[in-house]
Design a protein around this ligand. Structure first.
Ligand SMILES: [Zn+2]
Length: 322
């Protein structure tokens, strides 16, 4: 379906939505309109806007709590994107829908920020470590698969925030000073937390994390020299771990004397539990790290921030590693 058809199909809904005052459709308000796909982008932009956040239309597109790997835009989303002034997205495998959305966009002056582009050489390929469940082989030539979870490095976060600030300053010159000031203060917070992680992990009694789950944390663990074992690479769509994967992780846990098996948010923890049951001691706890990739609108309304979620990861790791 092309965009015109989507717009036509959405027209009735658009009218209904504007009448009822809901929906994210941009009105002709003259306000700067910014669309962010995932929560970290949205939160960073909000931080840099500071008190000006009220003067712009800032849209958090994936606000349902679904993660970016399963997202498809609605007709309503396509309209919002079509005439926004700044569009921010990750630029990985899961964003295949973005090219279509942008090629049909009405606003030809749109500033588009592809964050994997922004961090450039810091982009990492997905890494398969020993013991991981093999992904289904594809017939095609093997192309490198890049890890999309760039926001889990606080250092990448800083780089992304600089690029977002440049775009804001370009589109809204009058408030550029204020955006640059907000950026500096936010970079200070990122830096401080980065330092805290370095210190805490540097003095931890173990340097290896075992995930009975998917593993989106590679950018994070690489920043601090942590090693890891996990059931699946990245956010693999696989959900069933084989006996050999469970057995491998359990053996590693025994060998390393692990006291914790990690999962990511929203996990049913069944793999982690199976791993623990297969260890010789069985006396291992489960801890959850939040990959910040599925933050629902409810959590946003109750005040979730990127920094706070990363701080809660700090607390979990401190408890588990020390
Ligand atoms: Zn993911």
């Amino acid at each position: 379906m092309n965009l015109k058809k989507i717009i036509a199909a959405a027209a009735c809904f658009t009218i209904a939505a504007s009448l009822s005052g809901c929906g994210n459709i941009k009105k002709d308000s003259g306000k700067l309109s910014i669309v962010c796909t995932i929560f970290p982008e949205y939160d960073w932009t909000r931080e840099i806007l500071g008190s000006h956040a009220e003067d712009v239309e800032l849209t958090y597109l994936l606000n349902s709590g679904a993660d970016l790997h399963n997202f498809q835009p609605t007709a309503d989303d396509m309209i919002t994107i079509s005439d926004c002034d700044i569009f921010i997205y990750v630029g990985g495998e899961s964003d295949g829908w973005v090219d279509d959305a942008l090629s049909e966009a009405k606003n030809k002056d749109m500033k588009v920020i592809d964050l994997m582009d922004v961090i450039g050489d810091s982009v990492k390929e997905e890494e398969v470590v020993e013991g991981m469940e093999a992904e289904e082989e594809e017939e095609e030539e093997e192309e490198p698969e890049y890890d999309e979870h760039i926001w889990l490095s606080l250092r990448n976060a800083g780089t992304c925030c600089r690029a977002i600030t440049d775009a804001l300053c370009e589109k809204d010159k009058n408030n550029a000073d204020s955006y640059r000031k907000n950026l500096e203060s936010y970079l200070g917070q990122l830096d401080e937390l980065d330092g805290q992680f370095t210190e805490m992990i540097g003095s931890a009694k173990t340097d290896t994390l075992i995930f009975g789950d998917r593993f989106p944390f590679r950018y994070f663990t690489d920043d601090y020299g942590l090693k890891y074992y996990a059931a699946f690479v990245g956010c693999s769509a696989e959900t069933e771990a084989s006996f050999s994967t469970i057995a491998f992780l359990a053996e590693k846990a025994d060998e390393l004397g692990a006291e914790t098996i990690f999962t990511i948010e929203g996990s049913d923890k069944s793999i982690a539990r199976s791993v623990i049951e297969s260890t010789s001691s069985g006396d291992i706890e489960i801890a959850e790290l939040d990959s910040v990739q599925s933050v629902s609108d409810d959590k946003v309304k109750s005040g979730a921030t990127y920094i706070d979620i990363m701080k809660s990861n700090y607390d979990v790791l401190k408890e588990a590693l020390n």
